[in-house]
Design a protein around this ligand. Structure first.
Ligand code: ADP
Ligand code: MG
Length: 341
């Protein structure tokens, strides 16, 4: 029993910009454990973004392709506990031998090694043994190796040997795709506007996103109400901790593009058609006034432009608001939608 959860697969792990490198490195490792330069593979990122899912998907994929491989998934916490128990019971050798016999070890949340020197020492030896025998090590952590405080230098230096790949919060489209996939596999169909609303409101964690959806389903069943945008709104009022939620650039871009009926990708492209330029400049203007993003990050979000382009765009929009009535209406309309969300 490799302690793997069968539900965590590549199949149901939605790919996005936020996890592309980690996912593809994971996939490479899954198909050639120990045989890539990604050893160890360290997946890091904030809580609730899919580290455990991806790490387990790698394990499940290995077992699917290579059923004879010995794969173990263990949380760092559990490993520490097992170590303490083995000290108590005088079974240290069994403990070490068990792990050293593995072909693949997946250790989740290695930041929990902090302060546990003896367990780190033992893991250091297990790691070396496995690595030298060409076995695969997969780690997850809430920080990149360089920021892991409380871990011994020699262990950290090992962690840096292979590849460290981060997982970030998925963008709006990816969050919507995750929700849809999840609902679909549960046999539930949701109105598009509900999916969008929920994905918009919850932009810090995939776990919370799923949690919100579960509450929504529960509310609907309990109150025998259809899941619609009103139910979603009343439910999320209690769910979202921070009422004055920040507006994201993703959302601005989406609203503006919907309004002008231009494809979202165009705004980030180099296209200089008038309506695209207009959508791009208004998006930048709204991002400057309604998000905390810096000019630099606004520029880079909207197609890798520099901060002077953003300043120029904002100036242009302000001028047009003064001189062009129709333009002013456009901007006001979009602003209203932005605030209504
Ligand atoms: P972490 O280990 O980083 O705290 P988890 O792996 O436990 O996060 O993920 C939290 C939840 O979000 C899980 O139910 C997981 O299946 C889901 N999840 C996260 N990322 C994705 C994704 N890209 N596609 C589908 N589900 C995801
Ligand atoms: Mg986890």
């Amino acid at each position: 029993d490799p302690q793997l959860n069968q539900h965590y697969t590549f199949e149901n792990f939605i790919e996005g910009e936020c996890n592309r490198l980690a996912r593809s490195a994971g996939y490479a490792v899954a198909n050639k454990p120990g045989g890539t330069s990604f050893n160890p593979l360290m997946i890091y990122g904030d809580v609730g973004l899919g580290k455990t899912h991806l790490a387990q998907a790698i394990g499940n994929e290995i077992k699917r392709n290579l059923p004879d491989k010995l794969v173990i998934y263990v949380s760092c916490e559990k490993f520490c506990q097992q170590f303490v128990d083995s000290l108590k019971n005088n079974t240290i050798n069994d403990f070490v031998n068990f792990y050293q016999a593995m072909d693949v070890i997946i250790m989740d949340d290695v930041h929990n090694f902090a302060g546990k020197e003896k367990t780190q020492d033992i893991f250091f030896h297990i790691f070396n043994h496995l690595h030298q025998s060409g076995k695969q090590v997969i780690l997850t952590s809430d920080k990149p190796p360089k920021d892991l405080a409380g871990l011994e230098e020699r262990l950290l230096s090992r962690f840096k040997w292979g590849l460290s790949a981060d997982i970030q919060i998925p963008d709006l489209e990816t969050r919507m795709a995750i929700l849809k996939k999840k609902m679909y596999s549960d046999g539930i169909e949701l109105p598009e506007n509900v999916v969008e609303y929920v994905a918009n409101q919850i932009d810090n964690s995939v776990r919370e996103l799923e949690g919100a959806m579960v509450s929504l389903l529960a509310q609907s069943t309990l109150n025998k109400k259809e899941i619609d945008i009103n139910l979603a709104k009343s439910m999320l009022k209690n769910f979202v901790k921070n009422a004055s939620k920040e507006i994201s650039m993703d959302y601005i871009q989406k609203l503006v593009c919907e309004y002008f009926e231009v494809p979202v990708e165009m705004v980030k492209s180099k296209v200089r058609k008038r309506e695209i330029v207009q959508a791009r400049q208004i998006s930048m203007y709204l991002a400057k006034n309604h998000t905390k993003s810096s000019l630099k990050s606004i520029g880079s979000f909207f197609g890798g432009r520099d901060h002077s382009t953003v300043i120029y765009a904002c100036q242009t929009v302000e001028d047009l608001i003064e001189t062009d009535k129709k333009f002013k209406t456009y901007v006001n309309d979009i602003m209203k939608k932005l605030k209504a969300s």
